[in-house]
Ligand binder design. Structure first.
Ligand code: ATP
Length: 349
């Protein structure tokens, strides 16, 4: 069971602060959209507006084309058919796990609540803890119960705010995958807030990248990673190497090499942005001269920092395999022109 969720022309003001501006977004039926962006960019505000715990200053929110917030309309949270899961999962400490999950089902007749709650707990592998109290569970287990509580009423839309951020890495991966598969099975649509680009790429059908209360890019994880709209959007997903150059004859040449720039007029100053994985190092052959300054093994990959003549910052390079050249080694660095991201330089100011 799923529903479309749409924000149209939302602005939201907290006193003098404009937390959201001109924000429009459609979450399709059954789609998982991640709101991604740095702290304070308005992600939580957007989610709270969708949930109905915050009323937008301007604009309309609609679920399946029916306005739930807007001029003269306000449908309260419990009538929106949405499931909520927030960072502080806030299980009631005085209730058992089972009663916590049943609590979310208070709109159902009493005798129907327990079997539905037990099924939800089975779905997250927590049925055996039904009779215990939350303080006896680990963080990951409590988060699973919170997930069961949010999913038990079979919401058409799940709204999740950094729900996995309190968990350690390994646990986070497993709870996250579990959440995703439950959402998938139920067919619900989901809007998920995160500041972690890896999490967004792992979970989202589409990512909505936000900055200063505005949507700056909306697209699939591939689109955001490989075709970011600007340097900042590129830098949100990984370290980036940036070198500046001026376009001439359809090419831009900078300290890291020459790159096709047919989309820019001659004389345009551009930033060439290269992710560390878009650069390769060789002991000899083509490429610009570089000197290794630091090399670290990351597992299947190595992160190597090299110095390149005419380029102020150290160049960050990620290479597959376990090659760890010693400091001072002379190498050649070559960048994949297809992976170079070119942006017109904003201003010289
Ligand atoms: P984070 O990742 O840190 O949670 P966020 O992207 O979710 O950040 P919001 O919590 O939506 O951002 O906050 C957006 C802006 O609105 C911030 O500048 C924040 O300080 C401000 N803000 C949020 N809630 C309130 C409030 N209740 N009253 C006043 N200002 C608020």
């Amino acid at each position: 069971m799923s529903a479309r969720l749409s924000f149209q022309g939302i602005a939201h003001q907290y006193d003098a602060l404009l937390a959201l501006r001109d924000f429009s977004l459609d979450v399709g039926a059954g789609e998982v959209v991640c709101l991604l962006g740095p702290s304070g960019c308005g992600k939580t505000t957007t989610l709270r507006i969708a949930a109905g715990v915050e009323r937008p200053s301007y604009g309309t929110v609609a679920i399946d084309s029916r306005p739930v917030a807007g001029p003269g309309v306000f449908v309260p949270p419990e009538k929106r058919g949405v499931g909520l899961m927030f960072q502080d999962y806030a299980l009631f400490p005085h209730l058992t796990v089972l009663d916590n999950v049943k609590f979310g089902l208070h709109q159902l007749p009493k005798d129907e609540r327990e079997p539905i709650a037990m099924r939800a707990l089975e779905g997250v592998n927590m049925a055996r803890y039904a009779r215990v109290h939350p303080h006896m569970l680990s963080g990951g287990e409590q988060q699973r119960v919170a997930l069961a509580r949010a999913m038990a009423p079979n919401p058409r839309i799940m709204l999740m705010d950094e729900p996995f951020s309190g968990l350690d890495n390994r646990l986070r991966d497993s709870v996250r995958d579990e959440a995703l598969s439950l959402i998938d099975q139920s067919g619900a649509s989901a809007l998920l807030v995160t500041h972690d680009p890896q999490e967004a790429m792992r979970m989202a059908d589409r990512i909505a990248l936000m900055r200063k209360g505005q949507l700056v890019q909306l697209g699939t994880p591939q689109e955001l990673y490989y075709r970011p709209v600007d340097v900042q959007a590129a830098a949100f997903f990984s370290d980036v190497n940036i070198c500046g150059g001026t376009v001439s004859g359809g090419l831009v040449t900078c300290a890291l090499g020459s790159f096709p720039a047919a989309d820019f007029e001659d004389g345009t100053r551009v930033d060439v942005v290269l992710r560390p994985s878009a650069i390769d190092l060789h002991s000899a052959g083509i490429g610009v001269d570089a000197t290794v300054r630091r090399a670290r093994l990351l597992g299947e990959e190595s992160l190597i920092e090299v110095e390149v003549g005419g380029h102020d910052a150290l160049l960050q390079v990620r290479i597959r395999g376990t090659w760890l050249p010693a400091e001072g080694t002379h190498v050649k660095a070559s960048a994949d022109p297809e992976r170079a991201l070119l942006f017109e330089k904003a201003t010289d100011a």
